[in-house]
Design a protein around this ligand. Structure first.
Ligand code: MTE
Length: 334
């Protein structure tokens, strides 16, 4: 049987919106199918990887209990690779090995704890220094045409994945709100839902806030993602909408966004405020600039057996060099 490439699959929301006329019963069945597709198993235990955060935090997860509802999306027979020849990280790792501290500090717990996390209705309020502030609901967000972008995600903890995202450039949304000439940075905020997010009882400076300089935010590589592997995002990956900034450490790519503000001053980020001085604003990947507690020279590419060298700017230096006057300046890597 010929298998279908994920890129040939219609994104779920497009598929679903085409069927808005379905009867209530049929809709319920479709919903049940979506839930059944939500799984969480990672193949193989992680090695002795560091864990981002304060030195007192819980250690990294070491075991991955199987989940009975894990369903692999169909892929073609030949392994899919990124432009550098790295094989796409198996779906089960992408949905089963997650950093989402609002749910848990343990990567293998996030999928289970976030199961059923309510992401509809949802709004993203976009304001601050803009001429046309707007609140986008799910229908508005789904009106942006999505494309598949395969990019590498390099976590500051020295592991990485190659992920086929579905999304659209953040610049398209920002253009709609028309940033004023005073706007220099973009500040993003994750939802804060104490009833649904057990990790919020951890002593961190919630909500999770991230930021980009406006030109970084407008760069074509910077995505708002709504899906991966041809499917809508699962809660553990930041449903219904998250940021993807491939040349920066993964902590910049915040999940489940509810607020975006254009601001004049560099925003104080979650990790700058709560990371014990170990995480700065720029966080551009550089194998030569070590984290205070570990080297960034190599990384464990999930799905591969051995560590691989970390690439400068995560392999995107050519594309993003235009953003930084002098890529050699140490300033950009903290
Ligand atoms: N966003 C929120 N809101 N909370 C988080 O804990 N973790 C970050 C980032 N976004 C995080 C977050 C980190 S450290 C990484 S490496 C990536 O999400 C992991 O994304 P993934 O779980 O989809 O692989």
């Amino acid at each position: 049987m010929k298998k279908i490439r994920p890129s040939e699959i219609t994104p779920e929301h497009v598929y679903l919106s085409r069927r808005r006329f379905m009867t209530g019963t049929a809709k319920l069945l479709a919903g049940a199918a979506l839930l059944a597709a939500c799984g969480g198993v990672a193949p193989g235990a992680p090695e002795d990887e560091p864990t981002a955060g304060l030195p007192t935090q819980a250690p990294d997860a070491t075991a991955f209990p199987p989940s009975e509802d894990a369903v692999e999306p169909a892929t073609s027979e030949a392994p899919q690779t990124d432009e550098l020849g790295n094989v796409w990280t198996p779906y089960q790792s992408v949905v089963g090995y997650n950093n989402y501290y609002e749910f848990s500090l343990l990567k293998d717990e996030v999928a289970e704890l976030s199961k059923g996390f309510v992401t509809s209705p949802w709004t993203v309020e976009v304001g601050g220094l803009v001429s046309n502030p707007r609140t986008f609901d799910l229908d508005d967000l789904q009106a942006f045409e999505v494309e598949e972008r395969v990019t590498r995600m390099r976590c500051v903890e020295a592991w990485s994945m190659v992920i086929p995202w579905l999304g659209f450039p953040l610049s398209r949304l920002l253009k709609e709100v028309e940033p004023t000439s005073k706007a220099k940075y973009v500040r993003f905020e994750t939802v804060l839902d104490e009833l649904q997010m057990p990790g919020l009882n951890q002593p961190f400076p919630w909500p999770y806030v991230e930021g980009l300089r406006l030109d970084e935010a407008m760069h074509d590589l910077t995505l708002l993602s709504t899906g991966l592997y041809g499917r809508d995002l699962r809660p553990q990956n930041g449903a219904p909408i998250r940021l993807v900034v491939p040349w920066k450490y993964g902590f910049k790519s915040l999940k489940s966004i509810v607020k975006i503000d254009l601001v004049e001053e560099m925003p104080t980020t979650f990790w700058a405020a709560g990371g014990g001085g170990e995480y700065g604003f720029w966080a551009n990947v550089n194998p030569e600039v070590s984290h205070p507690r570990w080297s960034q020279a190599t990384e464990r590419l999930l799905g591969e057996n051995q560590r691989v060298p970390t690439l400068f700017m995560n392999g995107y230096a050519e594309e993003v060099a235009e953003l930084y006057d002098d890529l050699g300046s140490r300033e950009w890597y903290y």
